[in-house]
Design a protein around this ligand. Structure first.
Ligand code: GDP
Length: 483
């Protein structure tokens, strides 16, 4: 989402870093560049201006002091970083639980903002933390909203209170009220109320949301907004703030390629923090919003904390530890280990999204490689490995021609694909051996154990060709990078 902004920040600072001592003109130049980059990313004009003004106030009159330091450009960078964290809300804000359960969370926002999806994501997140949430279907307007909530609730194992069919039938205020009573009766400690939106802000929508709010007296009103709608996000937020009021913001569709200005403007304009971020359509594509991590990503510093957390979530500790142990003990890396890596990677969702969190991964050649990452390749590779017998997985050397034909049939793939996988796996195995013998982590594999890119990752879709023997590099790092 912030690719373009991020690369502009990087290039602005790259030229500042070359300067050594910073003159007042250099400062003006970089602030102009940053301002333009923000405006290009759809950041609201007033937010961009006050951001620049704050940086200017902290740098322009302190240039002598900054230049006396060891690294003047780094000092300016740090100030920009701090101010970026500040416009993103400063410290992270979390759900305030009611003193007496249940805690009531009301979701508001335009139709299509992602409220219903968010209801499921939030319910799952809260359930995983040991809560007993219930979803209340008060969006009785949007076609299929009730069914969608029921499906989502079922998929995350959270009950849905839905006494009305929706599609224009039923009273949403009554549903919200009886949902709350039901939750109290059944001792759910959190109630998440999904409400209707319209395609645009209108008086009826606001009145309905207000009435539901008054009926359930929520502990948290969350305004859900699609980050892809650019400048309009800020206007819509203002309208909801005036019409219904809200305590915090949830940004959805941060996985999109919009320019991200909404994220940077909304807190400053509304004075409300961003609490959660949704980054995809799956229930797991959801995270707490951390202003400092987001600022780091925008500045090209990556977001290693989130990556590490996601990795930890995806690898059950036991199999990661087993793999690590195996690796250290000198046992060979088998296709079974490889299969568990693939499964873990699939669990992690889109690799590109995650790897983009590593510093420097969001630009240039690495980005291109990530963009080419084809998740269906994982599934195909997995099918091939699953068609092998345990003996074959442990010792792929026994894979003769007829065994390969059998595996190809079993997995519905071509023999050439089986060959390619075996060849790549053998290569990966060699690289692992070299790493163990002190060769260090090869390029493209700068990941925790168990997260080595599998054969096929980063390849352009459309089939893999086995690497040409002649052009193979003698350097394992180069070889891994080119596979
Ligand atoms: P509602 O009308 O506010 O309830 O919106 P929905 O929850 O039905 O979402 C509208 C569409 O946006 C659906 O197709 C969702 O799958 C999709 N969606 C929701 N959140 C995200 C997200 O974070 N990223 C992406 N790419 N799509 C999302």
């Amino acid at each position: 989402m912030f690719d373009s902004l991020s690369s502009k920040f990087s290039s602005a600072f790259a030229s500042l870093r070359k300067k050594g001592r910073i003159k007042s003109g250099d400062l003006t130049e970089i602030l102009d560049e940053i301002r333009l980059a923000l405006l290009d990313s759809d950041v609201a004009l007033e937010v961009a201006d006050s951001f620049i003004e704050r940086i200017n106030a902290r740098t322009a009159n302190s240039l002598d002091e900054i230049n006396r330091g060891i690294n003047p450009s780094q000092a300016v960078f740090d100030i920009v970083h701090e101010e970026l964290v500040a416009i993103l809300g400063g410290t992270a804000r979390r759900i305030r639980y009611a003193k007496v359960a249940p805690t009531v969370i009301l979701l508001t926002g335009l139709q299509g903002a992602g409220k219903t999806s968010l209801a499921g994501k939030l319910a799952k997140y809260l359930k995983d933390q040991g809560n007993t949430p219930i979803l209340v279907a008060s969006d009785l307007q949007r076609p299929n909203a009730v069914t969608q909530l029921q499906v989502v609730g079922e998929s995350v194992g959270v009950p849905v209170f839905a006494p009305e069919p929706g599609n224009g039938i039923g009273d949403p205020v009554k549903v919200a009220k009886s949902g709350l009573a039901f939750a109290k009766d059944k001792q759910h400690n959190i109630v998440i109320v999904d409400t209707a939106g319209r395609l645009g802000v209108d008086a009826e929508l606001m009145a309905q949301a207000r009435n539901i709010r008054d009926a359930v007296n929520p502990d948290e009103v969350l305004f859900v907004v699609d980050a892809m709608i650019g400048q309009d996000a800020v206007k819509t937020a203002q309208a909801f703030l005036d019409g219904v009021g809200f305590d915090a913001v949830v940004l959805t569709k941060l996985d999109g390629d919009a320019r991200g200005g909404a994220a940077l403007s909304i807190t400053e304009i509304t004075g409300r923090p961003i609490m959660f971020a949704a980054t995809g359509e799956k229930v797991g594509d959801f995270d707490l919003f951390y202003p400092d991590r987001m600022a780091s990503r925008i500045l090209g510093l990556g977001d290693v904390q989130t990556l590490a957390e996601q990795a930890k979530k995806a690898f059950d500790g036991e199999s990661a530890a087993k793999l690590e142990e195996k690796f250290a003990s000198g046992d060979s890396f088998t296709l079974d280990d490889f299969l568990s890596q693939l499964e873990a990677m699939k669990k992690m969702g889109s690799m590109t999204k995650l790897l983009g969190m590593l510093p420097g991964m969001n630009s240039g050649a690495m980005k291109k490689q990530l963009d080419n990452f084809d998740e269906s390749e994982l599934v195909r590779t997995q099918a091939i490995v699953q068609s092998m017998t345990p003996a074959e997985r442990t010792d792929p050397k026994i894979l003769n021609g007829s065994r390969r034909v059998r595996i190809a049939h079993g997995s519905g793939r071509q023999v050439s694909e089986v060959n390619s996988l075996v060849e790549r796996f053998t290569q990966a195995q060699k690289v692992m051996k070299q790493m163990r013998n002190g060769g260090g982590l090869p390029a493209g594999m700068a990941l925790p154990p168990g997260m080595a890119l599998p054969p096929g990752a980063g390849k352009a879709p459309g089939g893999q060709k086995p690497p040409k023997k002649k052009s193979r590099s003698g350097n394992p790092a180069k070889r891994a990078a080119s596979s």
